[in-house]
Design a protein around this ligand. Structure first.
Ligand code: UD1
Ligand code: CA
Length: 455
């Protein structure tokens, strides 16, 4: 957008959060509220992005240190008009400025685009909404012809004005040409002793600047967060919205109210997700993937036809086509499974490649390993990868069979087609295509008697 600036007000304290964390850093869907607003603002590629900060200042700046923006400090919160004043040194003299709020995280791009459209030709644009209970909001006062003439804050309003149901959401588009002069002449002679941003509306009328209004696509886009209750409400709204989009794309969600996406989820055709799953980071699910109930998926790529059964935890892993994972499987970062791999219950895989068709079906830990194709890893097998100081590699070549309860003390290699007898503790190279057993031989002591109790 040409010559559009954005100012995000984020100086408020958030007293009612009862928290040491500055309000705008409290998350919705795992991301600070302020970041949601910053990301939305950035999709306009604004010529200037200014964040007005105050309470918890340094922490707020640090948390968004990767954002290309200007930081304007508002040391004392003297009102919304005063807050925007702090951003003035960074704003150009022409174009327009969108005023957003760090605690109004769900404002939508479409709504803002409509405002920018409405502001063509240097108009002042207010985002207003008509609601049943307007208590607490500034009211939009219009003249007999329906033209906006001013905004009155509830505490300053007359009884008649309080009956107005059209409210100021706070979000507005200001013509930069006038904004310095308007903000410079604000006064705090009002019920709250604050410099009201809303007073620029009356000034625009006096200066003959046209005022347009726009409405949000959805009322909840303009909901602010002042308490944990409101934060929780917006979290649910956001999550239902994610779920709705997935359903519209053809994903089956057994219960759209029981999915939490705290990152991005992209799905192929005919994906089915059972209840109570949590998605974090970037997750990609191929065609026909089925996710069982109560799974956590974080930064994962799961290829077509794979089924992840209940209570599995997949983190930083790649799963090939037609895999069967879980229930109760844990794939940790660096797990890379080829096609048709089976990982069963209570199996943990870390930093390990597993080849086509291999199986680790029960109660195992496989870490820092390279497992070939067609390998069967028996129940209770453990790669002893850590000597207390360093991690070592275990290699199991194609077609090997590892008997149950085997300890593979790394570094060690089990060569192609080898069989390892159950209960072995393998410390040396296991040669190809033979049976290797490394355990004490079973003996029976015939005359042995159980000890008896002495008096
Ligand atoms: C403001 C509007 C009101 C509107 C309401 C919508 C004014 C004067 N009034 O009310 O018409 O209906 O929003 O919620 O603008 N902030 C700062 N610095 C300040 C003051 C506020 O950064 O000095 C930030 C707050 O952190 C918050 C936002 O601005 O994110 C709005 O402030 P708040 O006090 O909640 O709004 P009101 O003034 O009550
Ligand atoms: Ca206030």
């Amino acid at each position: 957008m040409n010559n559009l600036s954005c100012v995000i007000l984020a100086a408020g304290k958030g007293k009612r959060m009862y928290s040491d964390l500055p309000k705008v850093l409290h998350p919705i869907a795992g991301r600070p509220m302020l970041r949601h607003v910053v990301d939305t603002a950035c999709s306009f590629s604004p010529s200037q992005l200014v964040i007005v900060y105050g309470h918890g200042g340094e922490l707020v700046r640090q948390s968004l240190s990767d954002v290309a923006c200007e930081w304007a400090l508002q040391e004392q919160q003297l009102g919304t008009g005063h807050a925007v004043q702090m951003a003035l040194p960074f704003l150009p003299d022409n174009g327009a400025t969108l005023v957003l709020y760090g605690d109004v995280p769900l404002i939508g791009l479409d709504t803002l685009q409509a405002m920018v459209e409405a502001g063509q030709g240097g108009k002042l644009v207010l985002l207003t909404d008509i609601i049943d209970d307007a208590a607490g909001y500034g009211r939009i006062v219009r003249d007999g012809e329906g033209r906006v003439i001013r905004i009155v804050e509830e505490k300053d309003a007359t009884e008649a004005e309080r009956h107005i149901r059209e409210i100021n959401t706070g979000i507005m588009l200001l013509p930069n040409q006038h904004v310095r002069q308007w903000l410079g002449s604000l006064s705090n002679q009002n019920a709250q002793g604050e410099y009201y941003l809303t007073d620029v509306v009356g000034m625009a009328v006096t200066d003959g600047v046209e005022i347009a209004t726009a409405n949000p696509r959805q009322s909840w886009e303009t909901f602010g967060v002042n308490s944990r209750v409101q934060q929780a409400e917006l979290e649910r709204i956001y999550q239902l919205e994610q779920a709705r989009k997935l359903l519209e794309q053809g994903v089956t969600l057994l219960d759209p109210a029981r999915l939490d996406v705290r990152g991005s989820l992209s799905c192929g055709r005919d994906v089915v997700i059972d209840i109570s799953c949590v998605v974090e980071g970037r997750v990609v699910l191929g065609d026909g993937v089925k996710i069982g109930p109560n799974c956590v998926l974080r930064d994962a790529e799961i290829a077509a036809g794979t089924e992840i059964a209940a209570f599995s935890h997949i983190d930083g892993a790649i799963v090939g086509v037609g895999g069967k994972i879980g229930p109760y499987a844990r794939l940790r970062p660096g797990a890379e499974l080829a096609g048709e791999v089976h990982i069963g219950n209570f199996v943990e895989i870390k930093k390990t490649r597993i080849g086509q068709g291999s199986k680790v079906n029960h109660l195992s830990y496989v870490g820092d390993a390279s497992i070939g194709a067609g390998v069967n890893v028996g129940a209770g097998t453990i790669t002893c990868n850590y000597d207390g100081v360093n991690k070592h590699l275990t290699v199991v070549e194609d077609g090997a069979f590892i008997g149950s309860g085997t300890m593979l003390v790394a570094p060690v290699t089990v060569a192609r087609g080898a069989t390892v007898g159950a209960g072995s503790t393998i410390t040396r190279h296991v040669p190809e295509a033979q049976l290797t057993v490394a355990r004490a031989r079973q003996t029976t002591i015939p005359a042995w008697k159980r000890p008896e109790k002495k008096d």
